[in-house]
Each structure stands twice: as C-alpha cells, then as structure tokens.
Design a protein. Structure first.
Length: 353
C-alpha cells in the first residue's frame, strides 16, 4: 500500500524518546520524506550528541527533557504539527521492581504529551504501544495498557477536537535495543550456547522499518481514538534460536533452556477478542475504533455483544507461524544481521527480498 504522506513535507514533527531504536529509524524516514524539522526529545545527552553527529542534518533539532515534566514537553511542542510518542520504559524486569516509575513515564508522561499537544494545537499525535498491553500480566504491560486508555480517552471526551490522537500496537521489534536477537548473536560470537526461556514460547516479529510503516499508516488513516495493529508472522523462540545457529554455523546443541522468567507470558496478543469484535480489517492492518459508549451504565451492565462469542484474540500462538527456514529468511532481511554475518565471515548465499 502506498501511503500519502505529503502532509509531512515541510512540517515540524516531534519524536519523543527520539534517541531510541524506533526514534532513530523514524527520524531518518522523516528527513527522507522532506519534513522541515524533526525535534528529538529525550533525556540522554550522550545519545543525542551521537545521533546529531550521525545524522549531520540541520533539520534535526535536539531537546533535552523528560516526558514526566510538562514544562520540557511543552517547550519541545511549540510550533509542532505532528507528534510520534515513543518515549517509554520498556524493560519488563525493571518495571516489575519499580512499577511507579513505569506509571510516571508510560502513563503520566503520555498524559503530558497529549495535554501539551492539544495546548499547542498539534494536528496529530500517534502513541506507540506494545502487545504486552493486551491481557497484561506485568507492570510494563499494565502501564502501557493504561497509556492507551489515557491517550484514547482524549477522543472520547473531546470528539470535535482539532488534535487527532491515535495509538499503534506491535510485537517484538527485531534488533531494537535490548531485544533478544542482538543478545543471541553476541552469545554466538562468544561461542556460548543461546539461553532461551522456553522453546515453545511464541512472539510476533517485526522489523524497525515495519514499525515505522505502522506509525505512518496510523498517521495517514487515523480517526479520533483509533488503535492500529499491523498483521505479523510469529515464531517460537526455539525456531528463532535454531535459525540464528544455522546462519552463524553454531555447532553442537545450539541452546540451553533456562526457564520462563518472572512476569513472562507463553504467548502475546496484538488484539484482544473484545477489540476484534469491532475492528476493521484493512488488509495488512487492523483498525480498532474507540469504544464510544458513554457513562450510561446500562451499556456496561445490561447490554451485551453477541459477536464476541465466536471471536478469538489475535495471538502469537494461533497466528501464522514461521518455521526455522522462514525465520532464517526473515532474519536475512535485516541489514544488521547481514552485517554481523559478514563480520563473522559467513557467506550469505540468499538475501530475502
């Protein structure tokens, strides 16, 4: 699908959490689209300096600040046309130990972004969420689920507002900072066995470029309060480990099982059964419109939705699942993996289209 992103040309775009893996990728895409200015808001001055030198583009402007602080958000927001909100605490273990920190960044920080965007007459805000927000069992997932509710409730309370607020939700972003693929490759290069939690655990897999595609899709198509999901293939962690072992020529038993970690799920869902009952299938994407019920309690206590009975969640256990060969092709589509193979002296005989 070709997206009409012409409205980005010459515009000012703010990317919160802009020095992260997604932020870097979307910034490069925006600059290529011909935006007038990309503002990167983040807390880490060292990463900002590194990114500034890497981009070497005067249209990239860096704002030191934190989404927890409304003043720093408002300062970066002045004169902005569009916002991509990616700032978040994303590590499951750290959020388990410090859940209130997850609330302060993921929930209250997101509220600050939406509030300041409305005050600055921003045209659109796209907030990034995660599959862990669906049927959440850990503090990170719960906080991101609340982020969605906080962001999307704006549309329920302000149906005629000029600022369109939407959300996107995706699964594991391959080769993003802190993800499992770089960890596995590092273990391979050290000659170690890959440490996997459960070989039958499944996850949705998406590249960084596909995550930007999803955000652009939301930017182009969003109505007030929409949530978008990109359809994606899933795989088992065992298949992922076996694929990497094959590509890098790891001999012997490729992995050892360490057991499921605290607050991990066997599978993840990108959309719940309840959401799919009102979702629109857009081909490669689902659009999930906001639940527009008001505080009429009859709609919650006395009325039901028969269409939910036959629905199932869009879950990594039941979605299209890649075998080891399919995962290998998917991995070969990542330039970072190809670079690592080249450094390891491995000849890549096939490159995914």
């Amino acid at each position: 699908m070709t997206l009409n992103t012409d409205s980005l040309i010459g515009s000012r775009v703010l990317v919160t959490g802009g020095t992260g893996s997604f932020g870097k990728t979307v910034t490069k895409r925006l600059l290529a689209r011909g935006v007038g200015e990309v503002r990167i808001l983040s807390r880490d001055e060292a990463k900002q300096d590194q990114m500034r030198h890497e981009l070497s583009d005067p249209r990239a402007r860096f704002y030191l600040g934190d989404v927890r602080e409304p003043e720093s958000v408002g300062r970066a927001m002045r004169g902005v046309d569009h916002v991509f909100h990616a700032a978040a605490l994303k590590q499951v273990p750290s959020c388990e130990f410090f859940p209130l920190e997850a609330v302060r960044t993921n929930v209250l920080g997101s509220q600050n972004v939406v509030t300041e965007a409305v005050a600055a007459n921003v045209k659109s805000v796209v907030c990034l969420s995660t599959d862990k927000a669906v049927y959440p069992v850990n503090a990170m997932g719960i906080s991101k689920a609340m982020m969605e509710k906080v962001a999307l409730s704006y549309g329920l309370n302000n149906p005629d507002a000029s600022t369109t607020v939407s959300c996107v939700r995706y699964g594991n972003v391959m080769y993003s900072r802190g993800s499992v693929i770089p960890l596995f490759i590092e273990q391979i290069r050290r000659g170690q066995q890959l440490t996997i939690t459960n070989p039958e655990m499944t996850r949705f897999m998406m590249s960084l470029d596909e995550s930007v595609d999803l955000v652009e899709h939301a930017f182009v198509h969003a109505n007030q309060g929409d949530l978008f999901v990109k359809k994606a293939a899933s795989c088992t962690i065992g298949a992922l480990a076996a694929a990497l072992a094959n590509l890098f020529g790891l001999e012997g038993e490729p992995f050892r099982v360490i057991g499921t970690r605290h607050a991990e799920k066997l599978s993840e869902a990108l959309a719940s059964r309840e959401e799919l009952s009102r979702a629109e299938d857009m081909g490669g994407y689902y659009r999930i419109p906001a639940d527009i019920r008001d505080l009429n309690y009859a709609a919650y206590m006395e009325e039901g939705d028969p269409s939910q009975t036959d629905r199932v969640a869009y879950d990594s256990h039941t979605a299209e699942r890649l075998d080891v060969a399919g995962v290998e092709e998917l991995l070969l589509s990542l330039p970072q993996v190809r670079d690592q193979l080249e450094e390891a002296g491995r000849v890549v005989s096939r490159i995914a289209a």
